[in-house]
Design a protein around this ligand. Structure first.
Ligand SMILES: [Fe+2]
Ligand SMILES: [Fe+2]
Length: 292
């Protein structure tokens, strides 16, 4: 395993991104063995939801990387360093989600249709202005940051999950929090000549479009995986709704953070949640210590 590369930002921060932010590339590997079929506490709904999410990550994160890299010219040294760390983190996430997706396939889930739909969706982005792709990335990075903070803050989400699967999602969540401002700051840099109104309009519009597509597609994907698990029709729909809105209710819980994105002066670091990273690091290091 490579030693983690630490990118320390300096004191040149001009925006709300913390001046002492550290983005650490943790080159970890998970899930090279086996996991239980319904790894999420033996529950079909939590398992299917996360398997569906994970199936979209390899292509999705590659798209994020390209969208951010396309706008890095002229970035100040701090932002340039953050972009480099962001790219390294997302490349590692992709590798680990490919391994995780292989586990799902080993359990008999067919995720090829999900991957195909993501591929078709991304093909539509090829002919549009690159700044639109960055705005979509920024919206999706807000989704990953919201869910990451929720996963780490509320142990209910992964408490009873398979430990190795949980470790992978926690690791991913920590790094999503660390780099949550990178696509946003890249957008601010790329649109520095725009009016505030124009910036806000594209950011907000893309959040609405991305949200509509995200929920429509993840809903379809998850129902497809549930059907493969023998859960169909209203039983699948009611169970999934309950999972997302009631217990543990990830969608209900992230709603205030979603709404905040539409504030004219919103920035991902308005809310500094780095204490969640510290908590993970503590637990992670404790797990690595030899037992007395
Ligand atoms: Fe990621
Ligand atoms: Fe990310």
């Amino acid at each position: 395993m490579n030693a983690p590369v630490k990118i320390d930002t300096d004191t040149m921060s001009k925006g709300p991104t913390p001046a002492d932010l550290t983005i650490t590339v943790r080159d970890e590997r998970f899930n090279r063995g086996t996991s239980p079929n319904r790894w999420w506490a033996g529950d079909a709904f939590g398992t299917a939801w996360h398997n569906a999410l994970s199936a979209t990550f390899p292509r999705g994160e590659a798209f994020f990387i390209e969208a951010v890299k396309a706008h890095r010219d002229g970035a100040d040294p701090q932002l340039a360093a953050e972009i480099r760390a962001f790219v390294k983190q997302e490349i590692n996430h992709t590798r680990e989600h490919i391994a995780f997706n292989r586990l799902a396939e080993d359990h008999g889930y067919d995720i090829k249709a999900i991957d195909k739909r993501v591929e078709q969706m991304l093909a539509l982005t090829k002919d549009r202005p690159v700044i639109v792709n960055l705005a979509a990335t920024m919206a999706l990075e807000h989704y990953t940051a919201m869910m990451a903070a929720e996963f780490l803050a509320n142990p209910k989400h992964f408490e009873k999950a398979d430990p190795e699967v949980r470790a992978m999602w926690e690791w991913h969540a920590v790094e999503e929090i660390e780099h949550k401002g990178v696509a946003f700051d890249t957008y601010l840099h790329a649109t520095k000549d725009w009016t505030k109104w124009r910036r806000w309009k594209l950011r907000s519009l893309m959040m609405l479009i991305v949200s509509f597509n995200f929920f429509r597609n993840r809903w379809t994907d998850t129902l497809e995986l549930l059907a493969q698990d023998g859960i169909k029709s209203w039983k699948a729909k009611m169970g999934l709704l309950k999972y997302l809105l009631v217990t543990p209710g990830v969608v209900r819980r992230i709603f205030p953070a979603w709404l905040a994105y539409f504030r004219p002066n919103f920035h991902p670091w308005d809310h500094d949640d780095r204490e969640l990273i510290g908590k993970y690091e503590g637990e992670f290091e404790a797990a690595l210590l030899p037992a007395e």
